[in-house]
Design a protein around this ligand. Sequence first.
Ligand SMILES: [Zn+2]
Length: 227
Amino acid sequence: MPATLPAARIRTQLMVPLRFADGYSTTARVFTFDGLVDRREHLAFGLGDRAGALASVGHRGRPPLVRPHSECLTGDVFGSQRCDCGPQMREAVERIAEVGGFLLYLRQEGRGIGLYAKLDAYALQDAGMDTYEANLALGYSADERDYTAAAQMVHALGLTRVALLSNNPDKAAQLSRLGVVVTERVSTGVHLSAANARYLATKARRGAHRLDVPPAGPHTQGLAGGA
Ligand SMILES: [Zn+2]
């Protein structure tokens, strides 16, 4: 762990059975933390054969699969079709549960600008801007997310090496700088819907995300004002 990164520690841990809208269910060991630098209430969800995954640290086995997921109230909870956060989280939980690892639920809504500002940005997008331009117009940077607390959580959980479930190169870069050894990046699927096609295309183009978004086809036409 870098000397500049304050240590966090596990505050509580408890089992929570999960059941998603499509019927998929699993059980998570939920961790809370003391000492996170931004004082937000971030959570870690230990999924699958967590003990086996942890035991593989330092051995030849694959390190635990870890996904840092930034909170998106509209997508995660209400199923908003303007983004792909809900399906991304649902996919991540199942994939991590299969191999063992952690989903880090990070309370940095709207790429770190907050819920109201995210909705303000949506309004600007409805007027023709893309998601990045809208953030800039509101006085924010294109992406204000910071993974310092995520790195603290990884260290507090005793993980030294992780396989990172993410299409976002910035997550891997920030975590590496914070002393987390990312042994591989595992891509998530593309959750394309009519309403989020434009959002995903922008994310791929502007954020250098590793997404194979198909060109606009019959099912994405006429939706320029969507995501
Ligand atoms: Zn979202």
